[in-house]
Design a binder for this molecule. Structure first.
Ligand code: NAP
Length: 297
């Protein structure tokens, strides 16, 4: 069997198509576009690329965006004061502080300072709590929400399925489990979370109807951990040396794609899988945040 590919590029295109009309309708009704402000502290090259990509995507969709660049030495207090200012600005609907932050800045202090209504990353504990209790019109964390959309839009039956999530980070593993276990459409799964202390990982993974892997270990899951016919979502993005590539490296996921695609019924690739969904869900959150703030969710 060669698995059907669940392309994040295609799924995100579909979602952007749907959002176009909604963004225009928001502008027509409220006279301003949904607006995202990104704060970038320091000059981390990967962060610069991400921030540029976010700005370009927002512009293409008609979402307003700007990036505030601060020097790496910026004191924490100055960053917090800037967040206070943006929290109070009615024209700014979403605030994203690009991570990682320089070491002298406490990430938790920063995330807690963002108004939960503008927290388009969905990392504020208030939003995490709302996600857990299953509130609607929420700002869900982007990568896990993207995984759910990929499952739903690829026609994968989620209700009653056994989902095994490999990884329990606060940004991927735990929230994806919390989203898929909800008593809601596009969820209602039976979820198991695995991590470094899990016993018999291969046996557990083979029980999954849907296997979601976010371990951060290149090609961690071999083909024989995949139950024939299972759906595999590979969240991992890892750089590995590759002398045949001009850059000297290539990107691989946390799943051995070549092996798994022969066993799974559907599989997401790396790159072109979950990656494009994360930015797509950020745009969706910006629109959602704007709608929530004008009282028109
Ligand atoms: P993380 O914070 O490092 O967490 C990794 C999780 O995997 C931990 O819970 C860890 O278990 C578990 N794990 C690691 N090695 C394991 C092993 N050998 N056996 C069992 N469990 C193991 O990583 P993350 O931030 O969740 O990211 C995971 C991957 O997704 C990374 O490759 C990252 O680059 C990628 N990612 C992609 C996107 C995207 O947009 N595509 C977004 C976010 C992350 P313990 O808790 O026991 O240590």
């Amino acid at each position: 069997m060669t698995a059907e590919i669940i392309s994040g590029k295609e799924v995100s295109k579909e979602i952007y198509g749907e959002m176009g009309g909604e963004i225009q309708a928001f502008i027509d009704k409220h006279g301003i576009p949904p607006h995202l402000t990104v704060i970038l502290v320091g000059e981390d090259p990967a962060s610069q690329v991400y921030v540029r990509m976010k700005g370009k995507k927002a512009a293409k969709l008609g979402i307003g965006s700007d990036t505030i660049r601060l020097e790496a030495e910026t004191p924490e207090e100055e960053l917090l004061a800037l967040i206070d200012k943006l929290n109070a600005d009615d024209k700014v609907h979403g605030i994203l502080v690009q991570l990682p932050l320089p070491k002298h800045i406490n990430e938790t202090n920063v995330l807690l300072r963002i108004d939960p209504a503008k927290d388009v990353d969905g990392f504020h504990p208030i939003n995490v709590g709302k996600m857990l209790v299953g509130e609607d019109n929420l700002l869900l964390p982007c990568t896990p929400h993207g995984v759910q959309e990929m499952l739903v839009r690829s026609g994968t039956p989620i209700e009653g399925a056994h989902v095994v999530v490999v990884g329990r980070s606060n940004i991927v593993g735990k929230p994806v489990a919390a989203i898929l276990v909800q008593k809601k459409p596009g969820a209602n799964a039976t979820v198991t979370i695995a991590h470094t202390r899990t016993k018999n990982m291969g046996d557990l993974c083979r029980q999954a109807d849907i296997l979601i892997v976010a371990a951060g270990v290149p090609e961690f899951v071999p083909g024989d951990w995949v139950r024939p016919g299972a759906v595999v979502i590979d969240v991992g993005v890892n750089r590995v040396d590759d002398e045949t590539s001009e850059k000297g490296y290539k990107l691989v996921g946390d799943v051995n794609f070549d092996e798994a695609k022969e066993v799974a019924s559907k599989i997401s690739p790396v790159p072109g899988g979950v990656g494009p969904m994360t930015i797509c869900m950020l745009m969706k959150n910006t629109l959602q945040a704007a709608k929530n703030q004008v009282g028109d969710p």
